[in-house]
Unconditional design. Structure first.
Length: 613
């Protein structure tokens, strides 16, 4: 009889525990649905500790992923993927978390596992991108570029600090640190949203549990940091910002909650990020914000503005309909009447992933971040030299900026100023807070200092970051492959291009110039480190001159490169060399087309790939 009473008591106890867990789950789900991920995390952990469930494990993993807590995301996706009934997408996010935590071999395994489970929904090209990203990251970390990435501590706090831009000799940046008179989230990697069924907290972002974003400034002299004197009329997120060369006009993002007339009664409304601008008057006061003509707060987001120094073109990111994927890069021109023209999608640059934080350097170099290309993990910084067409479309060869400028975490908001200062934002390991601002300096081979002063070094060598030197001097990259006999994929080029690296020739010349020699010396090292592979090289010319002459010139260039490699100890039997003349141009510059010297230079190249013997 006593045994029966114990059994009944235990049954009631288990029922009570289960009911309590379900009650907590419902509260957690409500917080989750309203983007209150900080609150939901605590509730799901309590529910899981009372009764382990796949739902709680999945949601915990998601909450940590949304707030960029990669170690905890990895832990909970590992739990979720090991439970019965786990969705295939949990394996995908598990792979991404492993990648963010520098566990590339493990991530590679999980990507392959996900691709097998997802079947035809994963294209071969997408799977190759994932695998090449893991392999390339390993190689890039083994052969880092000669850069010093130093935490710019005078700007950073224990919170999130990012998107430093020069302003009047000082710096303006975005942060969620506390400040008198303002409340500011560190969530910048996805466009911020509010569910207006629940009025947002006026003091704290429910997404992260932190303050709201605001703009801060540091003057040219001294270390004092203060709020930027811009009155936006919103109590929520403000940032990032971009200024014209004269500092008299600025563009920035903000989040505002629309009035009741702007949203359907009784229905949840997603409030998106918008771009606004402001002008400074003669007294130094900034005007009330003016809405960008392409804003559509209830339909899509526009953000990450970059205004060109002359104020005539605006680059930005948006998830407006018709794009290639998550968020795409767009640009538009200012008309003679001061209005903004149509938003032009940068189709040759955008991917099925997210493109963010555009910045134009020296007039024709676009830096941006993306998680849709071969990269180290999260957002990586890329660069492309732009070719401008009459219809406004922009194309060029996209290059990953590699390690250490990129990391396994998110790297974004890279910019190079006219006086040679470079800033980068990243949530890489070892920072002061969630996101930090970093100084980037290209250093001579013989010396990399242990620490960079509080102000980034103004040094001519830094210009290598934005010029062709960084693309040619850096050690060549080889994607580590399984026994598959396919050629090595090039991580630094577009996913469908198999060149290992490129060198360029002077006009009408076949001689190896100094920059090309440095690249080839690196290639020699790579070949020697891969004795089971041979190198295939293809030489090309621009379109100037007749076809027969260009074909002969390209073969001379191929032979010139082959002879150089042989002179460095590479066996001739391991080299195949062929000239293609002008038959494989990389841009529009065919016969009779008026192009700049830089555009023609892009075609005067020799490409390489490593293949199994």
């Amino acid at each position: 009889m006593k045994t029966i009473h114990y059994a009944i008591g235990l049954c009631f106890l288990l029922t009570a525990v289960s009911a309590k867990a379900q009650y907590i789950i419902k509260a957690a789900d409500k917080a989750y649905d309203n983007y209150k991920y900080a609150e939901a995390t605590d509730l799901y952990e309590k529910a899981y500790n009372k009764k382990a469930s796949l739902h709680a494990a999945e949601r915990l993993a998601d909450c940590y992923r949304f707030n960029n807590n990669y170690p905890e995301a990895e832990r909970w996706y590992a739990v979720a993927t090991g439970m019965s009934g786990s969705k295939a997408e949990n394996t995908y996010y598990y792979a991404r978390a492993l990648q963010n935590n520098s566990k590339y071999p493990e991530a590679r395994v999980q990507y392959e596992k996900y691709a097998a489970a997802a079947g035809t929904t994963v294209t071969p090209e997408l799977q190759r991108t994932w695998i090449a990203s893991c392999d390339s990251a390993i190689s890039w970390m083994q052969t880092p570029d000669r850069l010093k990435i130093d935490n710019y501590k005078v700007l950073n706090s224990g919170k999130s600090d990012w998107n430093a831009v020069p302003y009047m000799g000082g710096v303006v940046f975005t942060s969620d640190r506390s400040a008198a008179g303002a409340h500011q989230p560190k969530k910048h990697h996805f466009f911020l949203r509010f569910d207006t069924r629940v009025k947002p907290d006026p003091l704290t972002s429910s997404w992260t549990g932190n303050d709201y974003l605001h703009l801060f400034q540091k003057p040219a002299i001294g270390d004092s940091i203060s709020l930027f004197p811009l009155h936006t009329g919103t109590g929520y997120h403000v940032g990032s910002a971009s200024f014209t060369r004269d500092g008299k006009e600025m563009f920035f993002t903000l989040t505002r909650i629309p009035g009741r007339g702007d949203r359907a009664k009784g229905k949840a409304t997603t409030v998106n990020v918008e771009i606004y601008s402001s002008r400074q008057d003669a007294s130094g006061k900034w005007s009330a914000p003016v809405a960008f003509s392409h804003n559509n707060v209830n339909t899509y987001s526009v953000g990450d503005p970059f205004i060109t120094p002359d104020g005539m073109a605006l680059y930005f990111a948006s998830n407006m309909p018709g794009g290639a994927g998550g968020t795409d890069l767009y640009m538009c021109y200012r008309t003679a009447t001061g209005e903004w023209g149509p938003a032009l999608n940068l189709k040759a640059i955008n991917t099925a992933g997210n493109e963010r934080s555009p910045a134009i350097v020296r007039g024709d170099i676009l830096y941006f971040s993306s998680d849709g290309r071969i990269g180290m993990g999260g957002l990586d910084v890329y660069r492309v030299k732009l070719d401008k067409y009459e219809d406004g479309q922009l194309t060029g060869k996209v290059r990953n900026m590699r390690y250490p400028l990129n990391s396994p975490q998110d790297d974004f908001a890279f910019g190079l100023t006219d006086d040679g200062l470079a800033y980068l934002s990243s949530n890489r390991n070892g920072g002061s807070g969630s996101d930090d601002i970093y100084a980037v300096v290209s250093m001579p081979e013989e010396e990399i200092p242990a620490h960079i002063p509080d102000r980034p070094i103004k040094d001519d060598t830094l210009r290598k970051v934005s010029g062709d030197v960084i693309d040619t001097v850096a050690a060549p990259v080889v994607a580590i492959q399984t026994p598959d006999p396919a050629p090595v994929a090039t991580p630094s080029a577009d996913p469908d291009k198999s060149g290992l690296l490129d060198i360029y020739f002077d006009f009408n010349k076949a001689a190896i110039n100094p920059a090309a020699a440095q690249v080839l010396d690196g290639l020699v090292k790579t070949i020697q480190e891969n004795p089971d592979k041979s190198v295939e090289l293809s030489a090309h010319t621009d379109s100037r001159g007749n076809d027969a002459f260009n074909l002969a010139l390209s073969q001379k260039r191929a032979t010139s490169v082959m002879n150089y490699l042989i002179s460095k100890g590479v066996a001739k039997s391991r080299i195949s060399a062929k000239g293609y003349g002008e038959t494989k141009l990389l841009n529009r510059c065919g016969n009779g087309v008026n192009c700049s010297e830089d555009e023609h230079k892009l075609n005067r190249r020799t490409e390489f790939k490593l293949v199994k013997k």
